[in-house]
Design a protein around this ligand. Sequence first.
Ligand code: AMP
Length: 415
Amino acid sequence: MTFKDLALEAPILKALEKQGYTQPTPIQEQAIPILLKGDDLLGVAQTGTGKTAAFGIPILNHLSKDPTAGKGKRKIKALVVTPTRELAIQIAENFTDYSQFTNLKNTVIFGGVKQAQQVNSLRSGVDILIATPGRLLDLMSQGYISFKDLKYVVLDEADQMLDMGFIHDVKKIIAKLPPKRQSLFFSATMPKTIVELSQKMLGDFQRVTIKPEQATAERVEQGVYFVNKGNKPKLLVHLLEQRSNDSVLVFSRTKHGANKIVKKLDQAGIRSAAIHGNKSQNMRQKALGDFKDGKLKVLIATDIAARGIDVDELSLVINFDLPNVSETYVHRIGRTGRASASGIALSFCMAEERPYLKDIEKLIKQQVPRLGDHPFMEDHDAIEEASVKKAGKPRPNNRNRPSNKNRNNRNRYRN
Ligand code: AMP
């Protein structure tokens, strides 16, 4: 299937062509026809699957045919609510790209910065509003936003909004929307609260599910190094020195951990920056901008801050810590191997993280290849011993030795 088969308006097709998109991704192939028909949609999919275009293209297609949109004093016709500022900015950039040959205008609002500029652009009129929940409610309560003409609403990364404590804000926002509208709901996972919210928000809906393993494991080469805690920074330096030309995104479970990694890299002469919730919006934007432009090769991020990162040339993701929620692993490795590219994701696993690795492998239904040798293996036996003792199993003699298959895997990651 090509985008031409989807009977899209000429200006939208032209923009997709300019973006270099030739074929719809699986979620686009399934969701776009449903949305063009006007049905509500529940999309179970995460970032990296092409879901922004899956909802953006049909909304823009509808609006480009709407005689009341794109001219005069614009009224908000479409709203996208998303949990993080980075993601909001990313979505707005995508809308701008896809609508560049139409008259449609979007704006993005998020917290952590002064509101004046956002209020000004709302005052001047927009067709599409992309927002994080807190700032949106805030500006709604100040009377700067009217949803009287709203026709389309997208709730993006709903499970993340739940994790970040936004669920009440989201419910308040939904309550203020006109009942006659097309509603789209996206979530990577479907915990009970999210199922309930989707039922409340959607009318008769169709469901599209893109499984994590479909979305990532096929495209991304993965590998895991067993390494003790103290040696993780050394192993990171070692890997980065081997790949000094690549853009590398490093994940840390905590903000404090992310700062510590930056310091360690600095001591080794490797320039990097951290992005997380304790950094100011300006610092986050600057680091992200430099990373996207290739001026900064190494970015350290926590999971929440990384949500909106979309870098074309990102060839390597390193999980300095393994996440305790398996779905997060899928989100992380989905940063590389984006819709059209392939990438590599390497993980560091210390003894205490073994159970996380087990859960991840269960979710992605495959074993992450063990990358046996690295220069910091002196405590490796002790790590194995500890994890085996914990599991209460006898330790086979050759446990550390990678199989031939894994040895080959290991070589693939050598420069
Ligand atoms: P998303 O899941 O929306 O974050 O999109 C992931 C990445 O895939 C973004 O960099 C998009 O620009 C890109 N993308 C989306 N749809 C397509 C497509 N049909 N062909 C190629 N790249 C795409």
